[in-house]
Design a protein around this ligand. Structure first.
Ligand code: MV4
Length: 449
């Protein structure tokens, strides 16, 4: 087992990793930018090293500074958390070259899944269901026209370097295709320095359901059930839950098997997530694989009673997994509490938290790094905390969430709490009647101050 882990991240996920390391008897090193000097990870880690000024590119994204911090503190592994360098193949390789175990995927796995057209052909070969479309990249507009005719409109153009919606264009009929093609190419070239585009049949009103997986160094793989992440706004997840209200035992079995196939196809080592789109007939299709721990891993932990960060560390240290699949026995929901004003189009709201009380009690978990007097810096993402409830049924988990949201006091900054309260009251949400388009027609005027 590792003696000391350096955490190449900040905020709640840095806290989350420190907590598990403490329980495992592993020493921790926090790294921080000058903007995070007063942060809790700095206080709770065994050691802390400043790695640069506030801008992420000069601190949390600066590989040389992070490696130097690992060297001077004599760490033997590096945990990248999510975001920042967690899915950066070069960083995974640099860690390897400096003999630090990267607690995440290999450079090959990151590259293989990072290029979406490559990931899709890998999965197709492994017999994981994929959305009908182009075989790899589309070379030019005439080829695009030809393929679109074959698979029939509507189609979607996607950036191979993308994910998260950038460089994506839905096309409903041929006369729109050329314009969309030019726009998608230009946008992805500018955003990613890679303008490769592939095409798929457009799935209308899909659900986003993902399967948590784990694979070990000896080729074993298992799945840990699903999370429904359909409640998103502009590709930002706001609420996640497990089990999915749309799930059936048969669908879970089929999606779980497909996710394990995906894992085995790339000899995946670590915990990861296979994202699927699910249509209204319960056909499911591979969308992307995330080779990191995700923000929403908490709800899976609650329903299967496992510490996924601990599993991640054990797998990295060479401990074999049991290979058993886990089914949810409880229901868990997570609300992302962001420093954003839901009455003003979710505009970021950094600043000082002047008063703070976080909810507790049976079945309530708060993963956070904030406290009364903490100043949310404007340089990073705006998440304040993750509020998670767990109960025997979905109805009880929602009721508990309403109770916990009512208890939550955050003063000094605007938060997404009013949105979550309105969502929990929403009849369609309560019925489990939603898909990825849900928030496009959500009545935001149902929110109360
Ligand atoms: C799609 C789709 C419909 N059909 N692909 C959005 C982000 C990127 N990861 C893939 N996305 C989508 N791909 C086909 N063939 C609809 C979306 C999509 C979406 C997917 C998951 C969650 C939220 C979404 C919001 C809008 C569009």
């Amino acid at each position: 087992m590792f003696n000391k882990i350096l955490i190449a991240n900040r905020g709640e996920i840095a806290m989350r990793i420190i907590r598990t390391c403490k329980e495992m008897g592993i020493k921790t090193v926090a790294v921080y930018s000058s903007a995070d000097k007063e942060s809790l990870p700095v206080r709770f880690a065994d050691e802390a090293v400043c790695i640069g000024p506030s801008a992420s590119k000069d601190s949390y994204l600066k590989m040389s500074n992070i490696i130097a911090a690992a060297e001077i503190t004599n760490a033997d592994a590096i945990h990248p958390g999510y975001g920042f360098l967690s899915e950066n193949a070069k960083f995974s390789r640099v860690c390897q070259e400096h003999h630090f175990k990267f607690i995440g995927a290999t450079p090959e796995q990151i590259d293989g899944m990072g290029d979406k057209a490559t990931a899709k052909s890998t999965m197709k070969k492994a017999k994981v269901p994929v959305i009908p479309g182009s075989d790899g990249l589309v070379e030019n507009i005439s080829e695009a026209k030809k393929i679109a005719k074959e698979i029939k409109y509507p189609i979607i153009l996607k950036a191979t370097a993308g994910g998260g919606g950038k460089g994506m264009r839905v096309v409903w009929e041929e006369k729109e295709l050329e314009h969309a093609w030019d726009a998608a190419k230009k946008e992805s070239g500018a955003a990613f320095g890679n303008d490769g585009i592939y095409m798929e049949k457009f799935i209308e009103e899909p659900r986003h359901i993902e399967i948590q997986v784990a694979g070990d160094q000896y080729g074993a793989a298992c799945h840990l059930s699903e999370r429904d992440c359909s409640i998103q706004r502009r590709h930002q997840k706001l609420v996640e839950e497990t089990p999915s209200p749309f799930m059936t035992p048969d669908l879970r079995k089929r999606m779980g098997e497909a996710a394990i196939k995906a894992c085995k196809a790339i000899s995946y080592e670590g915990v990861g997530t296979v994202e699927f789109l699910v249509d209204k007939h319960r056909n499911f299709y591979f969308m992307e694989m995330n080779t990191r721990i995700q923000v929403e891993h908490t709800i899976t932990e609650e329903v299967i009673n496992y510490d996924l960060i601990k599993e991640q560390i054990k797998i990295a240290a060479g401990v074999p997994i049991s290979g058993k699949n886990y089914e949810p026995i409880l229901h868990s929901i997570q609300c992302r509490i962001n420093a954003e004003d839901p009455f003003k189009n979710f505009a970021p709201c950094p600043g000082k938290i002047t008063n703070y009380y976080s909810p507790g009690g049976h079945g309530v978990r708060v993963d956070s790094h904030v406290y009364a007097g903490y100043v949310i810096p404007p340089f990073y993402d705006s998440m304040i905390s993750k509020l998670i409830t767990v109960a025997q049924t979905r109805e009880e988990a929602i009721t508990k969430m309403e109770r916990a949201l009512d208890e939550y006091i955050i003063e000094g900054v605007r938060t997404t709490i009013p949105f979550h309260k309105a969502l929990m009251r929403n009849e369609d949400f309560r019925k489990g009647n939603f898909n990825t388009k849900f928030l496009e027609s959500f009545d935001f005027s149902s929110m109360k101050e």
